[in-house]
Design a protein around this ligand. Structure first.
Ligand code: DX5
Ligand code: ZN
Length: 224
């Protein structure tokens, strides 16, 4: 499944939502006009935090038709790709730092009918993506170190987006940015070339998600 939209999409990271009533949160997001839900899957091994897994995804899958975008911050992702598909994921991203056979993993994700993303940490050289740009559907560029919502945006990240955009050239591959995106920097994120903006605390600090979507979209395209 290729990503179609020419404009950017906001993907709220539900890790920063009210986790005590996830079903309601997800339905509120759908009603507000959100199209993509970002799930941060952490294993307490690749990153120093543990979040949620298949039972939570499966339960939420019954509540919404939204695109499920699972960001795997786990070792041994290969072992679980089919289970993520079965749990209802549409997009799956794996970390370049955690995969020893990245091309094969991307291929498996796509063969399972999912959109394949490759995530890269702030401290990893973009050169590590050289061999995968012809194959992945999107690159998830981390603008914080993975593990927690609510961290500060790492300042050189937009430079990295611009550099990545150059390297992508004419390829159809999209750029997703993740970490510390908020109203104050959303405009720059879009103008730097980000297609999908993951937002945790910057989104859920709004009480009304419809207003959040309107205000953030207006800010993102200000001056266009
Ligand atoms: C960090 C996660 C992010 C995070 C985003 O490991 O990948 O998706 O939840 O949260 P904010 O927008 O608050 O940085
Ligand atoms: Zn994420």
């Amino acid at each position: 499944m290729a990503l179609k939209s020419k404009t950017f999409k906001l993907a709220p990271s539900i890790l920063a939502s009210d986790l005590s009533c996830l079903g309601t949160e997800v339905q509120k997001l759908e009603k507000a006009g959100i199209e993509v839900l970002h799930f941060d899957i952490m294993d307490g091994n690749f990153v120093p935090n543990i979040t949620f897994g298949f039972p939570v995804l499966q339960a939420l899958r019954k509540k919404t038709k939204l695109i499920f975008d699972a960001h795997l911050m786990i070792n041994n992702a290969d072992r679980y790709l089919e289970d993520f598909k079965k749990a209802g994921c549409d997009w799956l991203s794996v970390h370049v730092e955690a995969c020893s056979h990245l091309h094969g993993t991307v291929q498996k994700i796509q063969n399972l009918g999912m959109t394949a993303g490759v995530a890269i940490n702030p401290g990893t050289s973009l050169d590590e993506l050289n061999g995968i740009l012809d194959f992945a559907d999107f690159i998830l560029l981390m603008s914080v170190n993975p593990g927690f919502a609510g961290q500060s945006f790492i300042e050189n990240s937009f430079e990295r987006v611009r550099e990545l955009k150059k390297r992508i050239g004419k390829r159809k591959i999209k750029i997703q940015i993740d970490g510390g995106i908020k109203k104050e920097n959303i405009r720059e994120a879009v103008s730097a070339g980000c297609d999908i903006l993951v937002m945790g605390t910057g989104f859920f600090s709004f009480k009304d998600y419809k207003i959040a979507l309107i205000e953030l979209s207006k800010e993102a395209t200000r001056g266009d």
